[in-house]
Ligand binder design. Structure first.
Ligand code: G3I
Ligand code: 9MR
Ligand code: ZN
Length: 538
């Protein structure tokens, strides 16, 4: 179905778990006093509710009214009907309703694998021969190294260390927080090997990341890509020379953190890999110790994703925390104590550019944490959580109500807030955080001002034309990918042309050329997976 800008009864199009708080948003000034929930199977009205108070949602620049039908808990398929606003799309109530979307979201990583044949059996429409297997040249030299493997980042085929690290961290954390959500039959080549598929998938990345480390000095190369983005072709057809870009401290910091996490995750499954991870992490740390902040910039002639980041303190903090966790070496702890006071307080940082929240989450749960540091971090978490929570309460969709998080990849920011709330609820034992965390998931699956699900293949209206080369080349979109979403920066020509007048949360267009709103990315999907796992949606 096509997106319907006039849709005035808006909710999560996938649906709700039976005991969820269930809210519906009515859009517009003309709204009746009552709404009803009707069962699709029996055609009976199962609930009639009052339309609640009026609320102005500034990021969408619209007037909303809210209805609550949490009382409906029976499994089934429903829709909401009204006298004056029309009706909602169908949605489900049930226990397992996220499972399929979750599994597709995870299978996406397999389909993004580089350097390996993706056979028909596992890759279906998107099968292809091994891509990007040739040796890559280190920028500015004649030296060639093998950096085959890893995941393609996104709609492009670049492989970027900071992006991959964030994605690997999410998958490992998702598994750690909710092991039951993951099984060994995702239909990838490693399925059935006795190891949960999510760990096989993450392993494939760790092995690639290891190749991105400079063996002499421990620094980690920022990325490997062609000089420019290719056309809409399958990956094995991108044959331009591969170039490895210079070492950056952000890549090296992320690498150290994720390798330490990898050590922890695999020490019982594959001690050889686990040992190698730890050695690599420590070696990266040695590099970091002597390297000043390097704000990576694309060198001359390189036009692919930059992933520049002027501040590497958070990456250093993350590295120190994860290394401290696995080694108990106080030298890391000293570093943590030094950095913590400089962490920006009102930022939620589960991104590729800001990673502080990962460090904070880990540190808060360490048995040998320092009381002073703990206090700072907990205060920080509470303040940040409450800041975003109070903003969400002043929004019809119960998401952050100002423009400033709706930039490139805003759906990740929304999901990051789900993670932040979930973490805050663990530490402060407040149920309200969970309620609002779930609202962020609802937003991604349709309870948003675009009245569409941002996850391909799920909900009634979802992106049909994401900026994703394999999906474009095969003229068939991979299911289970979350798109970047609204971006007030309007950073592509289509967005500039067509979204000029759009309010923040409507700066989105389902057009394959709109890479700044409609691309997909491994670390957006990984955030979705982590959030769904952490919140026990699966
Ligand atoms: O961090 C600042 C924030 O403080 C500020 O308030 C906000 C508003 O201006 O901007 C934030 O910076 C944004 C930055 O991403 C960090 O999230 C920039 O505006 C935004 O332009 C930048 O976009 C990045 C984009 O590349 C362009 O550099 C996206 O995050 C990043 O996901 C995207 O990555 C691309 C790769 O280059 C290539 N592969 C696909 C991938 C996804 O589209
Ligand atoms: O396809 C590229 C996408 O993966 C990147 O996120 C985006 C921003 O760096 O760039 C896309 O490539 C576009 C390029 O920047 C400008 N010419 C059109 C390309 C899309 O086909
Ligand atoms: Zn490839």
């Amino acid at each position: 179905q096509e997106p319907d800008a006039e849709k005035n009864v808006i909710l999560n199009q996938l649906g709700y778990l039976p005991n969820d708080i269930k809210k519906v948003v009515f859009r517009g000034e003309k709204v009746g006093e009552k709404f009803s929930v009707i069962s699709i199977n029996t055609n009976e009205i199962v609930y009639t509710g009052e339309v609640g108070n009026k609320i102005y949602s500034p990021a969408a620049d619209e007037t909303n009214y809210i209805g609550d039908f949490s009382e409906v808990t029976k499994e089934g398929v429903y829709k909401i009907i009204t006298d004056m606003s029309g009706e909602s799309y169908q949605f489900k109530i049930g226990q397992g309703i996220y499972k399929e979307a979750f599994e597709d979201a995870l299978r996406f990583f397999y389909l993004q694998r580089c350097g390996q044949d993706i056979s028909k059996e596992y890759g279906d429409t998107w099968a292809h021969q091994a891509c990007h297997t040739e040796m890559a040249t280190i920028y500015g030299s004649d030296k060639k190294i093998d950096v085959s493997g890893g995941w393609h980042d996104a709609g492009d085929y670049g492989r970027y260390v900071v992006a991959t690290s964030k994605a690997v961290a999410d998958l490992l954390l998702a598994y750690e927080t909710n092991k039951e959500a993951f099984d060994d039959n995702l239909n990838i080549p490693e399925s059935g090997n006795g190891i949960p598929d999510v760990l096989d998938e993450a392993r494939y990345q760790l092995v690639w990341l290891l190749k991105m480390q400079n063996q002499e000095n421990g620094g980690v190369y920022h990325k490997v890509t062609g000089a420019n983005f290719p056309g809409y072709i399958m990956p094995q057809l991108e044959i331009s020379d591969l170039i490895v870009c210079p070492i950056s401290t952000t890549a090296t910091g992320d690498f150290a953190a994720v390798m330490a996490m990898g050590h922890e995750a695999y020490k019982e499954i594959d001690s050889e890999l686990a040992d190698e991870c730890l050695r690599a992490a420590q070696k990266a740390w040695v590099y970091l110790e002597q390297a000043p902040n390097s704000n990576f910039k694309n060198p001359t002639g390189i036009l692919t994703g930059e992933y520049g980041d002027s501040n590497d303190l958070d990456e250093r903090l993350w590295a120190a925390v994860e290394l401290f966790k696995v080694t108990n070496d106080e030298k890391y702890h000293d570093k943590i104590k030094g950095i913590v006071k400089d962490i920006n307080r009102l930022d939620c940082r589960y991104g590729w550019q800001g990673v502080a929240e990962y460090a904070i989450d880990t540190y808060i749960n360490l048995p040998n944490a320092d009381d002073g540091v703990l206090q700072v971090l907990k205060e920080n978490l509470k303040m940040t959580g409450d800041f975003f929570l109070s903003a969400a309460k002043q929004d019809g969709y119960n998401v952050y109500n100002k423009e400033d998080i709706y930039y490139w990849g805003s759906n990740m920011n929304v999901l990051s807030l789900a993670l932040l709330y979930a973490h805050a609820s663990e530490i402060f034992d407040e149920q309200e955080y969970i309620e609002y965390a779930n609202e962020q998931i609802n937003y991604c699956f349709g309870k948003n001002p675009m009245a569409m699900s941002y996850v391909t293949g799920y909900g009634t209206v979802y992106p049909k034309f994401p900026h994703h080369r394999p999906s474009v080349a095969q003229e068939k979109t991979i299911p289970g990918m979350i798109v970047g979403g609204p971006n007030t920066g309007r950073e592509d020509n289509i967005a500039k042309q067509d979204l000029e007048a759009a309010p923040a949360t409507k700066c989105y267009i389902d057009n394959r050329e709109s890479y700044s709103t409609n691309e997909v990315d491994i670390y957006w999907n990984s955030t979705l997976i982590y959030a769904l796992a952490k919140l026990g949606r699966v």
